[in-house]
Design a protein around this ligand. Structure first.
Ligand code: PLP
Length: 452
């Protein structure tokens, strides 16, 4: 069937259920092609992608070398299972590569097809690890408010937004949410403004109290994004993760880093674990592992955990697409590109450039509260009043990011009163400046009421 481009939007409305889009919404942006950081839609309109698709297009759009790798692998071996004794050379090649990039002792890999599956697997792994060690009482999962861990019932329950739970009850029991590290919002921690170190003190005290309440012998793991993405690019104080790790270690609780967004160069390192100098027991990754060219996820699992999972009959859980040959081949080629093009260093350098550009163009605007970033994860937090830091009211029918896209073609997202940016790591400085200018054009006429 050949579709007339003009009919695409209408057919989309008739047939596709989009996440987070009301049925009454008529607007559709039907993307047709991409190259670098640029996209073109079905009307021929051009866009500048400052969200990296959905936080993942590390090497940019339209890299034909990745298409060639997929084609060659499909022609050679498109699929065979990785269950039991079966394996394939592409999965082995990628696992070996990941083990060499990850911090020791995370040298075991469990493949999935995406981030949600990865978090389900990680939560089940943590519980199963304790079970196999004779501690079946360790079922609780510690998580944080404003966390996002995907759409499964495990990761979805660990997700810390009531909106994502509403209507899906009952969620998974034995999940407890802690306060997130968000130094800009000191009201989370009491009446007095706190230094970042005092914020950590508060959060560590809360963690210790929560562990005591639940009972350390009942807790399997704590799961957390090293930098909270959907929550609004929340960067914790530097001592937060080292101190959390120390507390969890004392109580035999595993630490799971959800690095679905932060891994593979986004923060200037292969993993945010390296940025914070903390080694979790399991790292969940997806997205940037293939830059989105094909779906894939990978858990990096500590040897001490893997040793327990692999005892006796092994880890009793698998997906059809575990270690898919085409996906793992594309991932290896994608990691080659990241390495060859020096994209880790580029994320740090370009991230600093974009941050400075945002600061220069937006820093004094009345509705801009804070600009924060690590590497190529950036956020502009929007406020009604810079003195009180009260959040900017948002009007669903005229959100700043929608107005920016419609007027300038620059694509950014809204996340909990922040505009969040995670552009391809290959963005040029001229494109970065174009992004900042587009934001300025809309934010400088945004009223404290949220009217634009
Ligand atoms: N974890 C984090 C931190 C995410 O940001 C996301 C998606 O944005 C997920 C998990 C879910 O990943 P996926 O959408 O690939 O299932």
């Amino acid at each position: 069937m050949t579709l007339d481009i003009a009919d695409l939007a209408q057919l989309d409305r008739a047939h596709i259920i989009h996440p987070y889009l009301p049925g009454s919404a008529t607007e559709r942006v039907v993307m047709i092609s991409g190259s670098g950081c640029r996209l073109t839609d079905s009307q021929g309109r051009g866009y500048l992608d400052a969200t990296g698709g959905l936080w993942l297009a590390q090497v940019g759009h339209g890299r034909t070398e990745l298409a060639d790798v997929a084609h060659a692998q499909m022609a050679k071996l498109e699929y065979f299972t990785s269950f039991w004794e079966f394996s394939n050379e592409r999965a082995i090649e990628l696992a070996t590569r990941l083990a060499s990039l990850a911090p020791a002792p995370l040298s075991h890999v469990y493949f999935t097809s995406g981030g949600s599956e990865g978090n389900e697997a990680a939560i089940k792994m943590a519980r199963y690890y304790h079970h196999r060690r004779g501690e079946s009482s360790r079922t609780w999962i510690l998580a944080r408010s404003k966390a996002y861990h995907g759409i499964g019932y495990g990761g979805g329950s660990a997700t810390g937004f009531p909106l994502y739970h509403e209507g899906f009850a009952p969620m998974m029991p034995h999940v407890s949410h802690l306060t997130p590290p968000w130094p800009y919002r000191t009201e989370l921690y009491g009446d007095q403004p706190l230094s970042p170190e005092q914020v950590t003190d508060f959060l560590i005290r809360e963690l210790e109290e929560r562990i005591a309440e639940i009972g350390p012998g009942n807790i399997a793991a704590m799961i957390g994004e090293p930098i909270m993405g959907v929550g609004g690019m929340l960067v914790p104080p530097a001592d937060y993760w080292p101190r959390v790790r120390e507390v969890l270690d004392r109580h035999g609780i595993l630490l799971i880093f959800d690095e679905v967004v932060t891994a593979y160069g986004r923060v200037g390192e292969w993993f945010a674990a390296q940025y914070f100098g903390v080694t979790p027991d399991i790292i969940v990754t997806a997205k940037g592992i293939t830059s989105g060219y094909v779906p894939l996820g990978a858990l990096l699992v500590g040897d001490h955990v893997a040793e327990v999972l692999l005892r006796d009959h092994g880890f009793p859980m698998g997906y059809t697409y575990n270690g898919h040959p085409v996906a793992t081949a594309v991932a290896t080629a994608n990691l080659d590109l990241i390495e060859r093009e020096g994209l880790l260093a580029r994320a740090t350098g370009l991230g600093a450039f974009l941050h400075a550009e945002l600061e220069a163009q937006l820093g004094e605007l009345p509705v801009v509260g804070e600009i924060r970033s690590v590497g190529m994860m950036l956020a502009v937090e929007l406020v009604r009043d810079r003195a009180t830091r009260a959040p900017l009211p948002l009007h669903p029918e005229r959100m700043p990011h929608d107005v920016i896209r419609r007027e300038t073609g620059v694509i950014v997202r809204d996340s909990a009163h922040s505009l969040v940016l995670s552009p391809p790591l290959i963005m040029t400085e001229a494109e970065a400046r174009e992004v900042a200018t587009a934001l300025r054009g809309v934010l400088e006429r945004t009223e404290p009421t949220g009217e634009i």
